[in-house]
Design a protein. Structure first.
Length: 494
C-alpha cells in the first residue's frame, strides 16, 4: 500500500489519486516499477512528416494534459518534449479491462501509447491506440487548464509545473540552449578553445563585486566563490593558449532585481595579439551570428522596441556620451573637487572617496545609460574604475575599455588587457586602499596573477558578457528570472 498523506492536509482530489494508485498496485499494475518505455517517435516528428507516418505503427510517450469523450470512445492530448498529439482510443480496440484502466487515467499522468497514425474526420493528425500503458501516476493535480500557472512567484519556485503548463516558457529555455550552442559554434569556428577554471578561489578578483564566502574543511581554509573568470583565463594566455573562452556560473553577493541574480552565467574570452578594437569587431559579429542562427533575423524586438543588429554598432566615448546627455564636459574638469562640485550642482550622489573618474561614471549612469537603446559601444573609461585595463597611450587618465549597451543595459565589458606587472601592482594597491575605505567590491592583490604577468603576457583583448541578459533580449523576456530555470528565491517559511 502507498503511504497516503494525512487527509486533514490534502484535498479530496489528491486523496482519490492515492486511492487509484493503491488500486493499481493491488491489480499488479504499479506504474512506478516500470523502468523504461518503448517510445520510438516524437509527436512533432509525426506531425511534420504525416505522409511518411500515415498508417504506420508508432509508440509515443508523454504527459496526458487533456481528456474528452464519453462511453466507449476517448480523445486525449499527449505532450512530449517536442509538442503534442491527439490520442484516439476505443473500447473495441483495447478491450474491457485495458479501456477501463485508461478511463481512470488523470490529467498529469505519464503514459505510453502504441498504435497507428491517421487523420480524424476533423483533419487532426492522431494516434489510434492499440496498446496503452501507464508509466507514472501523477498524485497531485496540475493547475486548472484554462488559467494555467499564472502566479509569478509560484512559477519560479515550481518551474517544473511552469514548463508543463506554459508552452512559451519551454520555448524560452529551448532558445537559451540554442543561444549557448550558437556562441560555442561561433567561437570554435574562430579558433577559440573552451576551458574550465576554478569556482572556489582564495582571491575573488576580475570584477567589482562582493563575493560569497565559504570554508574548505579539509584544508581549514576560507575560500570565496568566483565573481569573474578573468584572472585564470589570462593566466592561460600567459601559458600560450592564445585564444580561450569559458561559459560558466559566477556568483556575486548582491541584490536581486529584474536584471540581477546572485548566480548567473558569464562568457569571457581572451585573445592574444589584439586589443579592444578587435573585441568590438568580435562582439558585432558574434551577436549577429547568434541572432541570425537562433531567431532567423538580425532585427529583434524587446518590449515593443526594435533593435537592429545588422547595422554597424555605434561607437561613442564615455566623455562624449556624458557631454551629449548631461551637458557637462569633463574635459573642462581638472580636479576631484571640481567634479564633486558639478555633481552637487546636478544632483548626482557620490561618496567622499570618489575621484573625478568615479564621478564621470556616475554621470554616465545617471544621464546617458538609458539612451543607449540601439547596439552601442561606450569606450574609453576613466582609470579609477578600470583596474585591469591598459591606459590610453595619449591620455593616461583613461583606459582602452568599452561597455556594450543595448536597450539601456550593459551587455558586455571589454578591455585592452593590462599586461604591465608593475602598473598592475600599483592598480591593485589603489584597490586595496579603496577596500580599506569601505568599498566591499574592490579587488585585492593577487600575487600569483602578478607572477604570471611577470613571466610575460602578450598584448591581449578580452571581453565578458552575461548570457542571461543576452537571452532576455533575444526572447523578449521581462526579467532575468524568466530566463533562469531555477532563479534564487527566498525560502518559504517552513
Amino acid at each position: 500500500m502507498s503511504q497516503k498523506p494525512q487527509q486533514a492536509n490534502t484535498s479530496d482530489v489528491i486523496k482519490v489519486r492515492y486511492e487509484k494508485l493503491d488500486a493499481l498496485r493491488e491489480a499488479g499494475r504499479d506504474p512506478f516499477v516500470i523502468t523504461t518505455s518503448d517510445r520510438d517517435t516524437l509527436t512533432e516528428t509525426i506531425k511534420n512528416n504525416f505522409e511518411e507516418y500515415e498508417n504506420k505503427d508508432v509508440c509515443v510517450a508523454g504527459r496526458l494534459l487533456s481528456k474528452r469523450g464519453k462511453g466507449k470512445v476517448s480523445f486525449m492530448d499527449l505532450h512530449d518534449r517536442s509538442g503534442k498529439i491527439q490520442i484516439f482510443a476505443k473500447f473495441d480496440d483495447l478491450g474491457e479491462e485495458e479501456y477501463g484502466f485508461l478511463k481512470k487515467w488523470d490529467i498529469g499522468d505519464i503514459v505510453e501509447v502504441k498504435g497507428f497514425v491517421f487523420k480524424t474526420q476533423m483533419g487532426e493528425i492522431s494516434v489510434h491506440a492499440k496498446e496503452v500503458r501507464l508509466l507514472s501516476k501523477s498524485l497531485k493535480p496540475l493547475p486548472e487548464k484554462y488559467h494555467g500557472l499564472t502566479n509569478t512567484d509560484l512559477r519560479y519556485r515550481q518551474r517544473y509545473v511552469d514548463l508543463i503548463m506554459n508552452p512559451e516558457v519551454k520555448d524560452t529555455f529551448v532558445k537559451r540552449s540554442k543561444i549557448i550552442s550558437s556562441i560555442r559554434r561561433y567561437l570554435d569556428s574562430q579558433g577559440f578553445m573552451e576551458v574550465e577554471t576554478p569556482m572556489l578561489v582564495s582571491n575573488a578578483g576580475g570584477a567589482s563585486a562582493r563575493p560569497f564566502e565559504t570554508h574548505f574543511n579539509a584544508l581549514d581554509e576560507d575560500l570565496k566563490l568566483r565573481i569573474s573568470l578573468e584572472l585564470y583565463l589570462k593566466r592561460l594566455i600567459v601559458g600560450g593558449l592564445e585564444k580561450v573562452y569559458e561559459i560558466g556560473r559566477v556568483f556575486r553577493n548582491e541584490g536581486v532585481d529584474t536584471r540581477h541574480n546572485p548566480e548567473f552565467t558569464l562568457m569571457e574570452l581572451y585573445q592574444a595579439y589584439t586589443d579592444y578594437n578587435g573585441m568590438m569587431d568580435l562582439t558585432e559579429n558574434l551577436y549577429r551570428h547568434v541572432a541570425q542562427e537562433v531567431l532567423g533575423t538580425t532585427k529583434i524586438t524587446y518590449n515593443g522596441v526594435e533593435m537592429d543588429l545588422g547595422k554597424p554598432f555605434e561607437r561613442i566615448t564615455m566623455l562624449d556620451a556624458v557631454k551629449k546627455y548631461s551637458g557637462v564636459d569633463f574635459n573642462e574638469i581638472h580636479s576631484d573637487e571640481e567634479a564633486k562640485a558639478i555633481a552637487k550642482e546636478k544632483g548626482v550622489e557620490f561618496e567622499d572617496r570618489h575621484k573625478k573618474g568615479d564621478i564621470l561614471n556616475l554621470f554616465f549612469e545617471e544621464f546617458a545609460e538609458e539612451h543607449m537603446i540601439q547596439p552601442t559601444f561606450v569606450m574609453d573609461h576613466p582609470i579609477e574604475i578600470s583596474p585591469l585595463t591598459k591606459k590610453k597611450p595619449d591620455n593616461p587618465e583613461y583606459v582602452e575599455r568599452f561597455e556594450f549597451f543595448m536597450n539601456g543595459w550593459e551587455m558586455a565589458n571589454a578591455y585592452s588587457e593590462l599586461n604591465d606587472p608593475i602598473d598592475q601592482r600599483e592598480r591593485f594597491k589603489a584597490q586595496e586602499e579603496q577596500l580599506a575605505q569601505g568599498d566591499e567590491e574592490a579587488n585585492t592583490t593577487d600575487e600569483d596573477f602578478l607572477n604570471a604577468l611577470e613571466i610575460g603576457m602578450p598584448p591581449t583583448g578580452g571581453i565578458g558578457f552575461g548570457i542571461d541578459r543576452m537571452t532576455m533580449l533575444l526572447t523578449d523576456s521581462a526579467a532575468i528570472r524568466d530566463v533562469l530555470l531555477f532563479p534564487t528565491m527566498k525560502p518559504l517559511d517552513k
